[in-house]
Design a protein around this ligand. Structure first.
Ligand code: SF4
Length: 420
């Protein structure tokens, strides 16, 4: 039996897709090459941006002939859009077998077991599967989910509605999964959660989790995403600075540099507070790479607000940033604010911000010249440094291994490096 997983949208969606595939792989499913040879398909959806949801629904529409060709095939739709759209999905796409909303992921193995036992002859299929075992490979880098949901209520965000309140994975479970991914070949893990650094268990906080994952030594490099600036505490910063394996890279979403908009967004920090934390982190980790997220054209955004965003991006001296034009998400508070900034103004501001971010990125790339980096190879020549930037080596190496290299140049977005 063969399984295909298609995920749309954010990193959490991709991580959930991999997690949902695991019980099927454990039951003997092997990876399908594509739709044609797939007996089961997990379509993992994301609803954070309208575009990702639209793409998932359009893919679902195209799956009708795939399912009709072999009705015994199993079609699972999961994730945030599944949670948001619920019964509408099964009415609109009656050939879907299972809809597993993001809040129900914990019940998923049980639901799946029922669906599978109705369809497949396990004794026969398992015998075939284990005759030619194909170990699941995590690749050089793997995601490990440490928390789900969000207790915040950012006015533009649908996540709290579709993912629910925060749930934290116990530390021992996280460590077990890090070890499992390492056993599959991962050399780097990214701890994942909507507000990953709000993780806690009893008296332990995210700083303790970072230290424990680092001390376990199962993987050489540890990253995490996405932290919320509010929970970037002195303890977390100290853990980052003191743990050898924690990458000197922080992706810290700012969203805006205007305090007025940050308040309307319900972000729970000010521009000054954000910059103070960035400066404190840089004092502890001098070679820190800092990246961020911005929303341009939030309802009511004035030229002055936008200039404040440009000023924050400049002051934070960012290596890179994801920048988006605001689009209202049905069901969020900001959708009721009205989409007041004209599209052409949004796009013009977005271009200005992107140009500023790119100019700084080029400056940062140039500043890396002559520096030593440690590249985790994802192909024989390309991989990820400990910072934000990727690097291409001058000579092929072995994918999945670390290579020390010195930076010799750059492309528009990445480094060129000579292996040492
Ligand atoms: S912190 Fe805000 S943006 Fe992030 S998931 Fe929670 S509500 Fe959404």
């Amino acid at each position: 039996m063969k399984l295909l997983t298609i995920s749309f949208g954010c990193q959490m969606s991709f991580s959930d897709g991999a997690e949902m595939a695991r019980p099927l792989l454990a039951r003997g499913f092997r990876a399908a090459q594509g739709l044609d040879d797939a007996d089961a398909l997990i379509l993992n959806t994301c609803t954070v941006r309208q575009h990702a949801e639209d793409r998932a629904l359009s893919q679902l529409g195209r799956l009708k002939p795939w399912k009709e060709a072999r009705p015994e095939r199993l079609l699972i739709v999961a994730g945030c859009a599944a949670e948001r759209l619920g019964d509408w999905l099964t009415e609109r796409f009656p050939y879907v077998d299972l809809v597993v909303g993001a809040k129900s992921i914990e019940q998923y193995p049980e639901v799946l077991e029922r669906a599978l036992s109705e369809r497949f002859d396990w004794a026969r299929e398992n015998a075939g599967a284990w005759a030619s075992p194909e170990p699941a490979s995590a690749g050089a880098g793997a995601f490990v989910t440490v928390m789900r949901g969000c207790n915040y209520s950012c006015s533009y965000c649908i996540v709290p509605a579709v993912r629910g309140r925060e749930l934290y994975r116990p530390l021992e479970v996280v460590l077990g999964e890090v070890r499992a991914r390492a056993a599959e070949g991962a050399r780097e893990v990214t701890l994942l959660g909507q507000t990953v650094n709000s993780w806690r268990e009893g008296g332990r906080d995210f700083a303790d989790l970072l230290r424990a994952v680092d001390a376990a030594g199962a993987v050489e490099r540890v990253r995490f995403t996405s932290p919320h600036p509010f929970f970037l505490t002195e303890r977390v910063m100290a853990a980052m600075a003191q743990c050898r394996g924690v990458a000197p890279h922080m992706h810290l979403p700012a969203q805006s540099g205007s305090d007025r908009l940050l308040k309307l967004m319900r972000r729970n920090y000010t521009a000054e507070g954000f910059l103070e934390k960035a400066a404190r982190l840089r004092a502890l980790i001098p070679d820190l790479a800092l990246t961020s997220d911005f929303i341009v054209g939030f309802p009511g955004e004035t030229e002055e607000d936008f200039r404040a965003t440009l000023a924050l991006a400049a002051a934070a001296d960012l290596d890179s940033a994801y920048c988006f034009a605001f689009s209202p998400r049905e069901g969020t508070e900001a959708a009721a604010f009205g989409d007041t900034v004209p599209e052409e103004v949004k796009q013009a501001r977005l271009r200005v911000l992107l140009d500023a971010i790119e100019a700084n990125m080029v400056r940062k790339l140039d500043a890396m010249l002559g520096k030593k980096v440690r590249v985790l190879l994802e192909t024989d020549t390309d991989g990820r440094t400990q910072y934000h930037f990727r690097a291409r080596l001058d000579a092929p190496g072995v994918p999945g291994t670390f290579v020390d290299a010195v930076v010799t140049g750059r492309t528009d977005t990445a480094l060129k490096a000579r292996a040492l």
